[in-house]
Ligand binder design. Sequence first.
Ligand code: FES
Length: 105
Amino acid sequence: MSDYRTVCRTSDVPEGEARMVQLDDHRLAVIHLGGQFYVLDDQCPHAGASLARGYLQAGHVTCRIHHWRFCLSDGHNLDQPGPPRDATAHAVRVVGDLVQVQLDG
Ligand code: FES
């Protein structure tokens, strides 16, 4: 289990928006929706599109290319469930004004 690492400040991602953040070799989608922050790998498992550029709706993000939908909390695919088709979600916490993520491995 790895430590939490800071990805951005809360003010960097306004409510209802998402940002791509590079952290070492990880390209992450930081999403702020409904007062919560979520972090997914910024790579759709279908064909690699940016999920930070997806459409945000209550509890999920829709990939803008072929419209697969992913749960913001755990990354599971709402349309075609199954590990190869799920997005990768990471544990997130907010400490003060810092958004921090726990990357596995
Ligand atoms: S690239 Fe995301 S659904 Fe196809």
